[in-house]
Design a protein around this ligand. Structure first.
Ligand code: ZN
Length: 453
């Protein structure tokens, strides 16, 4: 069996293009640890203190909107002398990132969020969101979004540097937890929109998949734009027509995945899936109906992310999902892991194989769970997920989300040193439904009435 240090070194060599030549403390805290989820507590805290202190000062000094916000809250970098002081760092509500104006002012609004100088672009009247985003892309900026049920998108402006860190982090997070099963010689299926044809964050951030394994198929090959997502969610005739067309496409996607499974099974190849659980769920439902079962064993691995809604009115638990995976694909439950992240952040909470609790990468990512008054709740209590992100270099990543979580100081099952979240993350009451997989599920929905609900 490959030593863990050798394994992570090998991974690092495949991820070279994402590595910053002049790393910030946050980036060092990402690259250096062999096991990002099991750094001795004191060492992890040193990394984290340096990462967050540095990034807070950076935004305080280079982002005028955030600077003013800190002034209003009477906080400056000099007030941060220990990890306990992190609670003084002003948090931004996730709603803020979707309070954008339309048209030309959209670019101005992005400039407000951006820390540093936004590249200048020329916007024409006909440019929609994706048009403006693609122009920024040509100028070296990666703007991505995620959408909610209201049809409003959350836009986050990442510099190439910040986006690279997000990609490096997602690859390292998943592959660390899958130790020692990852190797380059694997055939993969991405259950997401094509990373190079979409600005949907959950799709785009999976670009690293093409670097770490030999062959990647993509479930949704067509371009998925903000406007298409918005139209597909509408209750009018146009929305219905789009959903009807997409439903036929979904059936074709399922057949393609099944054929791919058969081929790899026959050839004895190692396989991997990454992406939205609902698509694989549909695949498994079809296989089960037809009485077709596979036995990939440790030759298969699955990393899911995003919404656990299968249909508009049906949610599945991560536990039921991996039981089904074991039963139908023969992939053991410890190689079926869920990963929790969001468009606003660059940290990935990843399930451990032993207990399927979501471990926090605490060398560069500081998680708080807070109540309505912004106070920390006790370990084990329910509250809002908030985080300070040491990798968010191009926008202030000090954010309180609409997700409801429970955090524990230690994993109840495994030996890793990091704090964990309980496996089931839900949207807090009053927050709209969204998530990595949610926009894709809504577009590819199998239940025709879906988006009307
Ligand atoms: Zn654990």
């Amino acid at each position: 069996m490959i030593e863990k240090e050798e394994y992570i070194k090998k991974l690092h060599s495949y991820l070279k293009k994402y590595v910053a030549s002049d790393p910030t403390p946050g980036e060092e805290a990402l690259y250096k640890p062999v096991d990002i989820y099991n750094v001795p507590k004191k060492e992890a805290e040193e990394y984290k203190y340096k990462s967050i202190k540095y990034i807070f000062k950076h935004h305080y000094e280079n982002n005028s909107f955030y600077h003013d916000y800190c002034k209003e809250n009477n906080v400056s970098p000099d007030d941060i002398k220990s990890i306990e002081d992190f609670n003084k760092i002003p948090l931004i509500a996730d709603k803020f990132f979707k309070s954008y104006p339309e048209g030309r002012e959209f670019a101005m609004w992005l400039a407000t969020l951006y820390t540093g100088e936004l590249p200048s672009i020329v916007i024409k009247k006909k440019d929609d969101h994706d048009g403006i985003i693609n122009k920024f892309r040509e100028a070296g900026l990666v703007v991505t979004y995620s959408s909610g049920t209201s049809g409003k998108h959350t836009f986050i402006p990442r510099s190439q540097r910040t986006f690279n860190a997000a990609e490096y982090a997602i690859a390292k997070s998943a592959i660390t937890m899958l130790y020692p099963e990852w190797e380059y010689d694997i055939n993969g299926y991405l259950l997401m929109p094509h990373p190079f044809k979409t600005n949907v964050f959950a799709g785009k951030v999976c670009g690293m998949y093409f670097d770490v394994i030999k062959d990647v198929r993509v479930a949704l090959e067509r371009e998925l734009s903000a406007d298409l997502i918005q139209q597909a969610m509408q209750t009018n005739l146009k929305g219905r027509v789009i959903r009807y067309a997409m439903q036929r496409e979904t059936n074709k996607i399922i057949d393609r995945i099944i054929n791919w499974l058969r081929k790899n099974d026959k050839e004895g190849n190692k396989i991997s899936f990454i992406g939205a659980p609902f698509l694989l769920y549909f695949v498994m439902e079809k296989l089960e109906k037809d009485g077709e079962y596979f036995n990939f064993g440790r030759k298969g691995s699955i990393v899911t992310g995003g919404g656990w809604k299968i249909y508009e009115d049906k949610r599945i638990s991560t536990e039921d999902f991996r039981k089904k995976v074991e039963e139908i694909l023969g992939i053991p439950q410890e190689l079926c892991l869920d990963l929790y992240g969001m468009v606003e952040g660059n940290g990935w909470m990843t399930q451990c194989p032993e207990g399927h609790y979501l471990h926090v990468p605490n060398t560069y990512y500081h998680v708080r769970v807070i109540d309505e008054n912004g106070e920390d709740v006790a370990y084990g209590e329910k509250g809002r997920f908030a985080f300070l992100d040491g990798l968010a270099h191009s926008y202030p990543g000090f954010i309180v989300s609409g997700d409801e979580v429970r955090m524990y100081e230690e994993c109840p099952v495994c030996h890793r040193s990091t704090p964990v979240l309980a496996p089931e993350v839900k949207r807090a009451r009053g927050s709209e439904m969204r998530g990595c997989a949610e926009e894709m599920r809504r577009v590819l929905s199998m239940d025709m009435g879906g988006a009307d609900a």
